[in-house]
Ligand binder design. Structure first.
Ligand code: UD1
Length: 340
């Protein structure tokens, strides 16, 4: 059972590839390493103990993509390939519209040509904007997007929904990720931020190891118990398993379009994450408080009843596991001599 994973060498894609193999599927990874490295493919193979299907390709290359789909004949697609930096999207919106939107449309033309009936899409809690009601349910109204990145997720959901509404015997699953963190417990795969990380966990681990001098907490005057922002941090392996279940369901049942939140269903503040990292790993983080970051919302976390009820998905890892695994990965990166 071959499954195409666009962006499959990325943070969430690589963990999903491993979990797919653990569940009897054969992932075919497509990636051009713009946000990853060949090391990840090598290490996926170490974890699974065999070769993994892999093509080095930009998913904007429709001709090559067609050849691959024709040759491999996948029964499903998990579409991770997208750019994901909020800041960069403000500075270079066309990059985001090209990669996250045009390339999605051209992929769907191939889905139509080759009749691939199961599709899982990486969406984001960013579609909820600054929510009025917390925890957010899938039925909450989405808000206008703050950044071009956020807009591409909203439009991506819409394009896919419109497209799959026209198709019979097909199923579409939109997974709205909250904040993915952690790494594989083996320490062999994890997040590989290119340049200075903008996300919290990689910044913490890079500060802990000495790659960064200091972590700045963006704002401690929010209306939250400790004044720092609250997010829903989910272990990447749990998130990967949500993809496997989505795929399993979509292969069993057809004719549906579903949206699920994937988070812990619980909020943690920036300070709680830092404290947890320090306590679990016995490493001190050099941090200070700075100004709020433009576009940050004070508080969000997920209602995860739907995915629990309908897919029997439950997070197995907690925040402590996540910070331990993320630290383990950062230390291993030294052994791999990886320099970003
Ligand atoms: C952001 C995006 C989200 C996207 C995700 C990708 C928005 C508003 N958010 O989430 O859509 O899916 O990245 O992973 O579009 N923080 C610091 N110091 C730092 C870095 C972060 O204090 O150096 C704080 C932030 O202010 C925030 C929390 O840590 O409160 C998490 O930040 P981050 O990891 O960047 O994720 P989000 O902004 O929640």
């Amino acid at each position: 059972m071959k499954i195409l994973l666009t962006g499959g060498a990325g943070f969430i894609g690589s963990h999903t590839a491993v979990e797919l193999v653990n569940n009897g599927y054969s992932p075919i990874i497509l990636d051009d390493f713009r946000n990853s490295n060949a090391l990840i493919i090598k290490n996926i193979e170490k974890i699974i103990g065999k070769k993994v299907g892999f093509y080095s390709v930009d998913i904007g290359n429709k001709i090559k993509l067609r050849e691959i789909i024709k040759k491999e004949n996948p029964i499903g697609i998990i579409h991770f390939a997208a750019d994901k930096s909020v800041n960069e999207s403000v500075l270079n919106p066309l990059k985001y519209y090209k990669n996250n939107i045009s390339n999605l449309v051209s992929l769907l033309e191939l889905v139509s040509e080759f009749n691939i009936n199961s599709f899982v899409f990486s969406s984001s809690c960013t579609v909820y904007g600054n929510p009025i009601k917390i925890p957010v349910k899938e039925t909450n109204e989405t808000q206008p997007a703050f950044s071009p990145y956020g807009y591409t997720k909203k439009v991506g959901e819409r394009i896919l929904t419109d497209f799959y509404a026209t198709r019979e015997k097909s199923s579409l699953t939109l997974l709205r990720y909250f904040n993915p963190i952690g790494a594989h417990p083996s320490g062999l795969i994890g997040e590989l931020p290119i340049g200075v990380p903008s996300n919290l966990l990689p910044f913490i681990t890079q500060t802990a190891i000495g790659k960064r001098k200091k972590l700045t907490i963006y704002g401690n005057d929010y209306e939250t118990p400790d004044g720092t922002c609250i997010r829903d941090y989910i272990h990447v392996v749990d998130l990967a398993n949500a993809h496997v279940l989505s795929l399993k369901f979509s292969l069993e049942k057809k004719n549906y379009i579903k949206t699920y939140n994937v988070g812990m269903g619980k909020g943690s503040s920036v300070l709680e994450v830092i404290n947890s990292f320090e306590n679990v790993n016995k490493v001190a983080i050099n941090y200070d408080f700075g100004a709020r970051r433009i576009g940050d919302i004070p508080k969000i976390f997920a209602d995860i009843d739907l995915i629990k009820d309908e897919m029997n998905w439950f997070p197995k890892f907690n925040l402590e596991n996540s910070v331990e695994h993320a630290w383990n990965w950062e230390k291993k990166l030294m052994d791999f001599k990886y320099i970003s």
